[in-house]
Design a protein around this ligand. Structure first.
Ligand SMILES: [Zn+2]
Length: 323
């Protein structure tokens, strides 16, 4: 069997799936003391790897005390159904995540603005939303504390990547579990996308918070944990957000009125973005839309009133511009 986990620190293990060009690595983390805390459940196949890791570190499913969910996206929830049925681990998430877990197909509609049938396509891509309804045992809020044996975890509500997104902070050793809030890449919006329920302003706020926390190690839901140059990685992620919003504004300097799709085409060209078919459909113009909402909130641009409600038919213009 392929190596499916690695030890990050003396008590943190990263369980991951093979690298994929569409979503990179999908990670789940084990925080190990007498008992075990799981952070995110990866893809549907992830529990197999979790089992393997547990076995090799002398633990079993019985030892799982908590299953913490950063947010309700298919690549985070894949192993949830199986794990929650096989362990007594307390499933913890935010209220918005809990609301989405009532009917997992709603996640596609509400969070990505795509049709329920999209779940078929996702399944074809190896991402299976495999539960109908799940009720978490504990709802987490900002600053909620989870204590297991000697481990203490503080919950940070971030709400950038999506509404209800949580990050988890271990103050004893300055380790941050950032979920899908931190991606330093500028040409992969699927990696740092903000879904239809998320907020660009809150993403920036969250990255600023990360900067203040000064983590020593960041464990992300995708890709490799950030083990060195952590401060610079956070700064680079902040810069990426800044570059994208600046590029959107730049477009309005060229054309004072523009549609979402025009702006997206321009920004994607600027950053050499190429999204694959199904990822493009899932991204669904969301990131640029959230940047437009952010700039609108800052009073820099405004939406042009329109009877057409389709998002790709909406126009924005520089505020107070007559053109
Ligand atoms: Zn996500």
């Amino acid at each position: 069997m392929l190596v499916v986990y690695e030890q990050i620190t003396s008590d943190i293990f990263r369980v991951y799936e093979e690298y994929r060009s569409d979503i990179g690595f999908s990670n789940s983390y084990l925080i190990v003391d007498e008992r075990v805390i799981i952070v995110d459940t990866g893809l549907t196949s992830t529990p197999k790897s979790i089992l393997e890791a547990l076995k090799n570190i002398g633990k079993s499913l019985e030892d799982i005390a908590y299953i913490l969910l950063s947010h309700a996206h298919p690549d985070i929830l894949g192993g949830l159904k199986w794990l929650s049925s096989k362990t007594r681990g307390i499933v913890c998430c935010s209220q918005p995540t809990a609301d989405l877990l009532k009917n997992s197909e709603e996640i596609l509609v509400k969070s990505f603005g795509v049709n329920k049938n999209f779940s078929q396509l996702l399944r074809h891509k190896g991402i299976n939303i495999n539960f109908k309804s799940l009720t978490p045992t504990r709802i987490l809020e900002n600053k909620s504390v989870i204590s297991v044996d000697d481990k203490k975890i503080i919950v940070l509500e971030s709400n950038g990547h999506c509404n209800g997104h949580l990050c988890f902070w271990m103050p004893q050793n300055n380790i941050l579990f950032s979920g899908d809030e931190l991606f330093p890449y500028s040409n992969k919006p699927n990696m740092f996308m903000i879904d239809r329920t998320g907020s660009f302003a809150k993403r920036i706020f969250t990255l600023e918070l990360f900067k203040e926390l000064k983590p020593q190690l960041i464990c992300q839901a995708h890709d490799l944990p950030v083990t060195y140059d952590v401060a610079n990685t956070i700064s680079a992620a902040l810069e990426t957000q800044e570059c994208w919003s600046r590029a959107v504004l730049e477009y309005f300097n060229l054309y004072s009125k523009a549609s979402l799709l025009d702006i997206e085409e321009y920004v994607f060209k600027c950053f050499n973005v190429k999204l694959e078919g199904y990822i493009r459909k899932l991204e669904n113009h969301s990131t640029i839309l959230k940047i437009l909402e952010f700039l609108e909130g800052k009073g820099l641009i405004e939406k042009v009133p329109s009877k057409n409600t389709r998002i790709d038919k909406q126009f924005w213009r520089i505020k107070n511009s007559d053109s």
